[in-house]
Design a protein around this ligand. Structure first.
Ligand code: ATP
Ligand code: FE
Length: 371
């Protein structure tokens, strides 16, 4: 079994070829971080164009590096949601073109399920059920994975995701956004005093597993104003004193952003064990899971609760084609795939895209406990 995975849901164009046994034959990512740094965010039309420009080349490279041609593939897996429909379309169109031409089955993949399931490629002992914390640019999810395609959502964000808060804070602090705000902020935070500013932990009074990062963003904004940080000057040219103020803000922000995760995970583990006492693992994935501080702190919580943490390597935490190919493999094995699309399908055909696509049912008791 050999599957090509294609991912274009947000700002990375990615493709990978993975074998049924989990062997990664190739992995290619073309990032739009440069564009984002220049324009300050994802504009759907611009992102779509960027995907369209590189998609053929990214897929070609993935096949080339794997030393395979389309004829060697068993199926094509592609992210069909959630995400920006203009962007999703680029990947889906490409996937259908290949599948149509070479008579291959297709698997439509849920982006967040892929973030979670890639952990099963890394850790072969990771069986269902398990708990997963998915932290990225657009999502903050705590889900109980009961089985393939079967999830209970224990918590989600009521406003922004943690990755969005990292990106905004990094931008406000004048950091170099070309590598992404998260990594730049993580690095600067190492120089700062995390106790210097006492930001309050979000939603302390809500005894549930939901998240909120909008309030923390506002607190950061106010701290930047009151410390008179000259964020219009890039950090590389900042004075010593200014740099150290920025580092203090970065470290204090990171500490509280992660404390919020810790508190929610602690509770989610208790909830999850009540529903499924056999749970042994907490999976942490999504772009923010590549952060070392996040990993270290969550590992402590997980150990204290007698569970084990599974966190994919950074290249599999941020958006990638491997997770899509692997999730395709998992579904394919259970016979959950679509037949090959017609060959030479017109480009403007209507595809099954799911820009808004919840991962599983909301946990009803969680809702009532929250009140
Ligand atoms: P989603 O998965 O919600 O659709 P996305 O696909 O854009 O969003 P990912 O690629 O999964 O997101 O994650 C990107 C996010 O991860 C960005 O917000 C980025 O700042 C953040 N991130 C990446 N590396 C780090 C890091 N080292 N520390 C903190 N945040 C990070
Ligand atoms: Fe993602």
């Amino acid at each position: 079994l050999v599957v090509l995975g294609i991912e274009t849901s947000c700002d990375d164009t990615a493709a990978a070829v993975v074998r049924g046994n989990g062997e990664i034959l190739s992995q290619v990512v073309s990032s739009q971080a440069d564009l984002l740094a220049r324009y300050g965010g994802v504009a759907p039309k611009m992102a779509e164009e960027a995907h369209s420009q590189v998609i053929d080349q990214v897929v070609e490279q993935a096949l080339g590096k794997a030393n395979l041609t389309e004829m060697d593939l068993s199926a094509v897996a592609v992210t069909i949601g959630p995400g920006l429909s203009l962007c999703l379309r680029v990947g889906v169109r490409k996937a259908r073109k290949i599948a149509g031409k070479f008579n291959l089955s297709m698997v439509g993949v849920h982006h967040m399920e892929a973030h979670a399931l890639v952990a099963r490629l890394i850790e072969r002992d990771l069986q269902f059920p398990f708990l997963a914390l998915l932290i990225s640019g657009g999502h903050n999810l705590l889900v109980l994975a009961l089985d393939l395609g079967q999830y209970i959502q224990l918590g989600t964000t009521i406003d922004d995701a943690i990755g969005e808060a990292y990106d905004k804070t990094a931008r406000w602090l004048g950091l170099d956004m070309r590598r992404g705000g998260g990594p730049a902020l993580e690095e600067l935070a190492q120089e700062g005093d995390a106790e210097s500013i006492k930001f309050s932990i979000p939603m302390k009074q809500h005894k549930d597993c939901n998240f909120s990062y909008a309030g923390l963003k506002t607190q950061v904004r106010l701290a930047i104003e009151s410390k008179k940080v000259k964020a219009e000057i890039p950090i590389s040219s900042a004075s010593c004193e200014d740099r150290s103020s920025r580092a203090d803000i970065a470290a204090s922000f990171q500490r509280v952003a992660v404390l919020h995760l810790e508190e929610r995970c602690d509770r989610a583990i208790e909830w999850a064990l009540k529903i499924q006492p056999s749970i042994k693992y907490l999976v942490v994935s999504g772009g923010v899971a590549s952060n070392k501080y996040v990993r270290t702190r969550l590992n402590q919580i997980v150990k204290k609760k007698g569970l084990q943490l599974v966190c994919p390597p950074p290249s599999l935490c941020t958006d990638n084609g491997v997770m899509v190919a692997w999730t395709g493999i998992e579904h394919f094995r259970l016979g959950r795939f679509d037949p090959p699309p017609p060959a030479n399908e017109p480009d403007d055909s209507v595809f099954d895209l799911r820009p808004r696509w919840p991962l599983g049912e909301e946990y009803a008791e969680g809702r009532s406990e929250a009140r």
